[in-house]
Write a protein that binds this ligand. Sequence first.
Ligand SMILES: Nc1nc2c(ncn2[C@@H]2O[C@H](COP(=O)(O)OP(=O)(O)OP(=O)(O)O)[C@@H](O)[C@H]2O)c(=O)[nH]1
Ligand SMILES: [Zn+2]
Length: 179
Amino acid sequence: MKEQYAQIIEAIGEDLQRPGLQDTPSRAAKAMAYLTKGYEQTVESVVNNALFPSDCSEMVLVKDIELYSLCEHHLLPFIGKAHVAYIPNGKVLGLSKIARIVDMFARRLQIQEQLTVQVAETIERVTGAAGVGVIIEAKHMCMMMRGVEKQNSVMKTSAMLGSFRDQQATRTEFLSLIR
Ligand SMILES: Nc1nc2c(ncn2[C@@H]2O[C@H](COP(=O)(O)OP(=O)(O)OP(=O)(O)O)[C@@H](O)[C@H]2O)c(=O)[nH]1
Ligand SMILES: [Zn+2]
């Protein structure tokens, strides 16, 4: 990627030899590799078997998980937070793993809708939960810095699986807890 970033900088019309830019291609390549490191992770490596037997059948919620992703259309950041809840069904997931699952999918080229569904389906698959709810709210730099240039719009997406889809009371509890 270093070579390609050098080409981009030249295409912009900049002087690659000026001191401030000399190391930029390798820095930018390193940064991009970091921002997309989710491609090198798998659900299994991230969860690391941190699943614990439990007879808890009440809602578990982790809210305000900050996320940084890149939109797949412009490669510009979208930044926001995820709220993730599930109803355990025999086992609970290590708390940090919920945030790690969000990060793994966020650190890829994404659209917000797909990110939301991927997190929900993964929590459901890994835990066998009776229900999962995920809400993501984010601001997209491609809508702020360029294009339509709207500074205050926030995109909210949700994915509701199992009892979160079927039971109004569960969904209402989730929504009131994140408010
Ligand atoms: N649904 C969805 N759209 C997104 C997301 N991130 C960026 N986009 C949109 O992707 C669309 C791409 O539209 P195009 O018309 O192909 O590209 P563009 O000419 O750069 O569009 P503008 O942003 O309207 O200038 C834009 O409407 C973006 O706002 C996302 O996470 N979800
Ligand atoms: Zn975009």
